[in-house]
Write a protein that binds this ligand. Structure first.
Ligand code: ZN
Ligand code: ZN
Length: 272
């Protein structure tokens, strides 16, 4: 599997020259697996991903959404391939109960007046919307298994583990930990994983100020990965106030604690 980072920020895009090295687009990570990729989240990073799909004529993909806060869906209306009738996309989420109307209704709400001029119905691709319950395990197709877990985040969120050909990639954002206590759901999800992409919005030093905001720290990511025997950790969902120098400083510090850590960088691909 190839894991490509199209957007690594949390909260808000930050398009400034001081953010170019790690990138300013919000959450979007593509896992290239055979000819049908899997895409985690639809932050603004999905816009350049969409251009790439048009250029390479990628016609099918599955979008696995952690949740529907803006920074994870605000690129969706600008995902150009979804307007092309020759293509088909499956959109899945695990945090919306049927009473909330499910994922289709949440995305349609984002694309309705007076918030947005083009309704979801204008997207001419074949779109399938599936709601599952965070914690479920399912096959996307033969040999491509998805395990999920509920995360600790306001309004809910889902963590993912994708397994293919004996390798595994986990995408765990947005989630808040409890200090001194591992989240058993996450520990189980990331056990022995080849790559864990983890919510590293804050540092442990900053964390007490942000309890209840629904995010975690790079230090907790390291602790979790070590406890779960995971092989590599990508720090992700960088805070929009952290410029390149600040993210690089965190990466340096993290590497001293555990050499298998790196800070996710927009535009890079990791082979798993
Ligand atoms: Zn977020
Ligand atoms: Zn969120």
């Amino acid at each position: 599997m190839n894991v490509r980072f199209w957007g690594v920020r949390g909260t808000l895009p930050c398009p400034s020259t001081k953010f170019m090295k790690f990138g300013g687009n919000t959450s979007c990570v593509e896992v290239q697996v055979d000819d049908q990729p899997v895409v985690f989240d639809a932050g603004t990073g999905i816009r350049p991903l969409g251009s790439d799909y048009l250029a390479r004529d990628v016609r099918k993909a599955t979008l696995l959404l952690t949740h529907t806060h803006w920074d994870h869906i605000h690129g969706f209306p600008f995902f150009a391939p979804a307007f092309d009738p020759k293509r088909s996309f499956r959109v899945m989420a695990g945090h919306l109960s049927k009473t909330l109307g499910g994922i289709r209704s949440a995305l349609a709400g984002q694309m309705s007046e007076p918030l947005f001029p083009v309704p979801l119905e204008v997207m001419a691709a074949k779109l399938d919307f599936d709601d599952f319950k965070a914690g479920d395990t399912f096959l996307l197709r033969r040999g491509l298994r998805v395990r999920t877990a509920p995360l600790n985040h306001p309004n809910g969120a889902t963590g993912y583990r994708l397994e293919h050909g004996g390798r595994s990639v986990c995408y765990v954002t947005d989630t808040e930990h409890v200090r001194g206590q591992f989240d058993a759901n996450i520990l189980g999800l990331i056990e022995g994983a080849d790559l864990v992409i983890y919510d590293s919005t804050y540092t442990d030093a900053e964390f007490p100020k942000y309890v209840g905001w629904g995010h975690s720290t790079w230090e907790e990511g390291v602790r979790l990965c070590r406890a779960a025997g995971a092989k590599r950790l990508a720090l992700f969902h960088h805070d929009p106030s952290r410029d390149d120098a600040a993210v690089a400083a965190i990466e340096r510090k993290a590497k001293k604690v555990w050499k298998n850590v790196f800070a996710a960088r927009e535009g890079t691909t990791i082979r798993v």
